[in-house]
Design a protein around this ligand. Structure first.
Ligand SMILES: [Zn+2]
Length: 62
C-alpha cells in the first residue's frame, strides 16, 4: 500500500490498474509534489521524505 501524506491519494496492489502501486506513487509525487509513503509492513522511517520508489525513477527506462 502506498499512500499520500498530503491528500487522500493511495494505491494498492489490488487496485484495478496495469501500473504497480510504486509506479503510481511516483506519478503522484511527480504530478503533485506530494509525499507518498508506503505501509508495506515495515517500520516507517520518521526521516524519510522521498518514497523509495521515487529513487528508482531516474534509473527506470520504461
Ligand atoms: Zn497527494
Amino acid at each position: 500500500m502506498k499512500y499520500c501524506l498530503n491528500c487522500d491519494w493511495r494505491a494498492s496492489a489490488t487496485d484495478d490498474s496495469d501500473r504497480s502501486p510504486s509506479r503510481r506513487a511516483i506519478d503522484h509525487h511527480v504530478e503533485t509534489g506530494h509525499t507518498v509513503d508506503s505501509s508495506d509492513g515495515t517500520v516507517p522511517s520518521a526521516t524519510a521524505t522521498i518514497p523509495e520508489a521515487a529513487l528508482g525513477l531516474e534509473r527506470s527506462s520504461d
